[in-house]
Design a binder for this molecule. Structure first.
Ligand code: FAQ
Length: 311
């Protein structure tokens, strides 16, 4: 790649300018963005499944309407993100094929089952909470279309987080059985939520380069620490116990010390061995196949419209 182009690109990134689709960029930058944005999109779309599982069983009409809106938002986030990746030259078909063939990753978190209604509260509170912690800085990521997509996504995630926390508040202040459900959901979702931030910094092959390119603005461990610091007082307010015997306020650091993530479990889930990984991929492939007629009808309609316009 011509050195003067690389230098000009790096100077723009260092000056916090956005890189736009038609601008010159190093091939490795483009590839990294396609990887991260498409995997982010896949996470949103696969992320509809655990909660979709509870739409028909939400405990009231209001809860159902709210959950339906949340799951629809996630589909919308997936669409903006696929569009952002398309501006880098990736095609929708290639990206979907990479997901369905297991070549592309999606967040480990969506490979865990939603066993009770309290899981819907815990997902909104913890999973959307972790997503916000990671995505707020991405509003200043160096690639313009990705940064702009994050603005709306973060506003919607913040509503999702509140709806989840509100479910947890109702359960935590409810009957003993409801409190127990809330505690059980926290016990099962806490560690997988910490895993969402990715491997520890010393084992994260992509962080250093992504930080230099200002694709990532914080490291995995920095965001994980921030999440713990914000979330532990929220658990205390609910009267629930975070399932980590090593969790302790460290006055010197002004942060919580916390126990080690089970990295073996993390890597197993990344490899596709999560508790419901198979079901998730079967559901995605089935949706893609069952809805082929919609894509074909839309393409046929567009062809007819174009022919009419040409005539
Ligand atoms: N799961 O070198 P790093 C949501 C992979 S929020 C699976 O640290 P990087 C909203 C990683 O891809 C969830 N794989 O990589 C919602 C890489 O493999 P690769 C989605 C993981 O990219 C809420 C390898 O490990 N959010 O969906 C995970 O610098 C509720 C080495 O890792 C985003 O995607 C993991 N947890 O940092 C929806 C945010 N962690 O690709 C429904 C944007 C790491 O080289 C309901 N993404 N890996 O084959 C990012 O910020 C980054 O990509 C990280 C990973 C931080 C996820």
């Amino acid at each position: 790649e011509p050195q003067e182009l690389v230098d000009a690109f790096e100077a723009r990134v260092a000056a916090d300018e956005f890189i736009e689709p038609k601008d010159w960029m190093p091939e490795a930058y483009r590839k990294t963005l396609i990887r991260q944005i498409s995997q982010h999109a896949h996470s949103e779309v696969v992320g509809m499944l655990p909660e979709g599982n509870w739409i028909t069983r939400a405990p009231s009409l209001r809860r159902k309407a709210v959950l339906l809106a949340k799951v629809q938002d996630e589909g919308g986030h997936g669409l903006y993100l696929y569009c952002a990746a398309e501006t880098l030259g990736a095609s929708r078909e290639e990206m979907i094929d990479a997901l369905h063939s297991g070549r592309a990753k999606y967040s480990t978190i969506f490979n865990y089952p939603t066993l009770t209604w309290a899981d819907i509260g815990a997902i909104g509170w913890l999973v959307d909470g972790a997503a916000i912690m990671n995505q707020v800085p991405l509003q200043r990521t160096s690639y313009g279309p990705y940064a702009r997509a994050m603005v709306r996504v973060c506003k919607e995630e913040s509503f999702h987080q509140r709806q989840g926390y509100e479910i947890m508040m109702v359960l935590a202040n409810g009957t003993p059985e409801q409190r127990e459900m809330a505690q059980d959901a926290l016990n099962r979702w806490w560690w997988p939520s910490l895993m969402m931030f990715g491997p520890s910094d010393e084992n994260s092959p992509n962080t250093a380069q992504s930080m230099r390119w200002r694709i990532k603005r914080d490291t995995n461990d920095e965001l994980r620490q921030k999440f713990v610091d914000v979330t532990v007082p929220q658990a205390e307010f609910l009267g629930l116990t975070v399932p980590d015997p090593d969790l302790k306020w460290n006055a010197e650091r002004g942060a919580y010390d916390f126990g080690a993530v089970d990295w073996e479990e993390f890597y197993a889930v990344v490899r596709g061995e999560g508790p419901v990984a198979r079901e998730r991929m079967l559901a995605r492939r089935k949706a893609w196949d069952d809805n082929r007629w919609v894509r074909e009808a839309a393409a046929a309609h567009e062809a007819k419209r174009a022919a009419k316009k040409a005539a």
